[in-house]
Design a protein around this ligand. Structure first.
Ligand code: SIN
Ligand code: MN
Length: 226
């Protein structure tokens, strides 16, 4: 008879298999405390109130399945603008100082480099909301001119995140689970790696993270533009 499951190992305590990531890519599990996650979820609801409301960006005329709001620079596939030119034309709010500091803390946690962390000045943030059906195809984050890393924070349902190479959407790539509170950073030789969200895993949101449904992802970047 197999041994009874040790009650210590509940769902969220299961150790994830170690996935080897390419140079410049880092996963920091449980980077955000539950309190921080709840706080960020409250900000997410505020950002959703405008001045520019969330929208489904169009790719080749087709709406993405992900809803997004922007800070600092308004993201449209292939273009960053100060105003929401595809919506109400209003300027998007700046990236708040506390979010810049959170980005610096994230770079430090991921890379261990205080110099890299202190130099990090994200001036654009993309906040995406995924319902259970939402996906994001493999793409590169290449609208920015700065080579500084992308910082990605996840809250709510877990997802299967695919992280690949700079050449194409095809292999080699790794699939990893991003869970609520996780940090993923990609910079250096991985800054332009293709990546995407293959599926959201419904019902995986931890209690008390502030989300009962869906997944939020916040990415911070440096635009390299004035
Ligand atoms: C993105 O690539 O912009 C978002 C990635 C994610 O949702 O984890
Ligand atoms: Mn991306």
């Amino acid at each position: 008879m197999p041994p009874a499951m040790d009650p210590l190992f509940s769902h969220h305590e299961v150790v994830r298999p170690t996935v080897e990531l390419p140079p410049g890519a880092h996963l920091v599990e449980n980077f955000l405390s539950l309190e921080e996650q709840r706080w960020l979820v409250a900000r997410f609801h505020e950002w959703g109130q405008g001045p520019v409301p969330p929208r489904y960006p169009l790719i080749g005329g087709h709406p993405m399945s992900v809803q997004s709001v922007c800070l600092g620079w308004h993201w449209n596939p292939g273009r960053l603008t100060r105003e929401a030119i595809d919506q109400n034309g209003l300027p998007v709010p700046p990236v708040p100082d506390w979010l810049v500091r959170l980005g610096q803390r994230a770079v430090h946690a991921a890379t261990g480099s205080q110099d890299e962390a202190s130099a990090y000045r994200p001036d654009t943030a993309l906040i995406n909301y995924y319902d259970d059906q939402a996906r994001m195809g493999m793409h590169q984050d290449r609208e920015e001119r700065s080579p500084a890393p992308v910082v990605s924070l996840s809250i709510g349902n877990s997802c299967r995140f695919r992280f690949g190479n700079r050449e194409s959407r095809a292999r080699p790539y790794v699939d990893l689970e991003l869970r609520s509170g996780d940090l993923f950073v990609f910079g250096g030789p991985s800054r332009l790696a293709f990546h995407g969200v293959m599926e959201v895993l419904p019902g995986t949101s931890p209690q008390d993270c502030g989300m009962t449904d869906g997944r939020i992802n916040i990415t911070l970047r440096e635009s390299g533009m004035a």
